[in-house]
Design a protein around this ligand. Sequence first.
Ligand code: IVH
Length: 667
Amino acid sequence: MKENQAAERIKELRRQINEHNYRYHVLDQPVISDLEFDALMKELIELEEQYPHLVTPDSPTQRVGGEPLKEFDTYRHRVPMLGLDNAFELEEVKEFDRRVKRTTGHSYPEYMAELKLDGLAVSLLYREGLFTTGATRGDGYTGEDITANLKTIKQIPLKLNSPVSMEVRGEVFINKEDFQRLNQERIQKGEPPFANPRNAAAGSVRQLDPRIAAARPLKIYLYSLGENKLKVDTHQEALQILEDLHLPVSPHRQLCASVEEITSFCRHWEEKREELPYEIDGIVIKINTFSLQEKMGVTSRTPRWAIAYKFPTPEVETRVKDIEVNVGRTGAITPVAVLYPVHLGGTVVKRASLHNQEVLRQKEVKIGDHVKIRKAGEIIPEVVGVIKEKRTGEEKKFSMPGECPSCRTPVYHLPEEAALRCLNPSCPAQAVERLIHFASRRAMDIEGMGPAVAQSLWEAGLVEDVGDLYYLELHNLIPLERMAEKSARNLLTSIEKSKSNPLYRLIHGLGIRFVGERVSRLLAENFGHLDSVVNADKEELTSIPDIGPRMAYAIEEFFQQEQALKIIEKLRSAGVNFTQPGNEDDNHPEENYSLSGYNFVFTGTLQNFTRDQARTQVEQRGGRVSGSLSSNTDYLVAGENPGSKLEKARSLNVTVLQENDFARLLE
Ligand code: IVH
């Protein structure tokens, strides 16, 4: 075949293959047999082999990318991917509806009710109709670039039927049957099975080798538009647009004109959830009209215009074999029930938290009791209560110990706390827990340093605190039990790599009480350098919105400990990064171009920035600010009393940001 004929045929084959793909994977209405489809693919592959320069990245032959990656690039979300507030009772959904009516002043707001798929959130970016990037949600601000793996999902068109540029968001998941099959295969191959479909989906999209991801039965449904310049007024229209673009959207959704319609949708699916091919854990309820969504606004973590009604968590019965006590990294002593193993929500549960001695007393759990257990927040098993009718009189009462099970120091019951605490700063159990926390994925992300390794490093006397990790050498590690040379080298590489983490990870890793990931970010971003956090007084700390006196006290107290200052010096001498990218003394300026290529215009008065400050913030991130709107403008930031620019922006289809959206974009 001549080249121009081949080019024509290739185009036609791609069109047909995409069409059949859509019919099969999105509509579930194939019109040709698998054999016929394979024949079309085969013809395309052969033609592309003959004319390799005609291969384009959006060709259906290009779904499974080349070589495995070394690691994923990080991906910064331009608009943060927020989570949802949960409602555990239908009464809370009714309260949400009252809140919406009160805040918007609207008596009949419309809602969209959708299934809450239990998978993992991803963002897909299309540029001029081509699928260019896909990322995980990560912490909502930065995720991982998993484009190669998402391209293997056949429901995702590599090329849309219209040259639009937009971001779309949705959930990747695995069907229940596919999950069973996948696990059977894994067991046969001697690989550990996945605990549940969500873990299987998450594990699959995080494969560095796209060929492995391609072999996993991943599915996706999209549930919202992200950043875009489309003219849409309602969520319903947005979903319709996605469907018109042949993107996969769950058909099970309902526009609700009243809270009664919402609650009957919730009840319906609570009953019928087993009939669905995939797992859902609730119903998401969103205000349909975007202008009303804007009126409700967002908090730093969740929108106020949506809520997730979570189905009651399943409970199972088992018996308490024993009760043990655990020492956490802050010295809290928690009772834990050791159980006769039971299946619950896809995992085998062997232990369940009893929280603290107060809860233990209230629930009156004894060794030998029959108990109901469930998963709190779907992850951590907890004892719901004792089935007292099943008691035989043989059960044994358990009392909390008077001393720490690890270091034998007497335990304290601080008056303001429910927990008992071991206050010994050199308690071994606490030290090991601190190492584990420091290395965990959300903190310094040191791969290869799980609980067992942390324990043996401590027992071998190689590390007393997290500062010592940076002075480990190969010859220290090799004699450790279960530490082969290869894993020792890998561990040292991950420790070395963690030195250049942004400051917030380090702050989080230090394990200051009440300071989780979000507060660590606030501290890192506001102070820029660890030394400034160390030296900050209560006033400076509480001047940051969201940091209250209790947190400020804990932070100040933490950095007054000699032990903490010693660790910081060890970290400094080892060359661990103490700065947060995005700040003046940033030593990773390359990470600071999040707004590069974006044009901004401002209107109205901003509350937290002068115009000059706002301009500097944009320019520091590589963006441009101009005085007047044009079709090149990407964002109009509208403060109080916006001028005529607001109208003009709407007519030009320019994205309008409220001040809080703008602030988040800067984050
Ligand atoms: S909307 C700002 N819709 O639930 C709104 N989320 O707990 C954000 N999810 O991270 C999400 N099904 O992964 C939305 N129909 C649906 C969803 C859904 C599942 C997940 C999503 C999100 C999590 C929040």
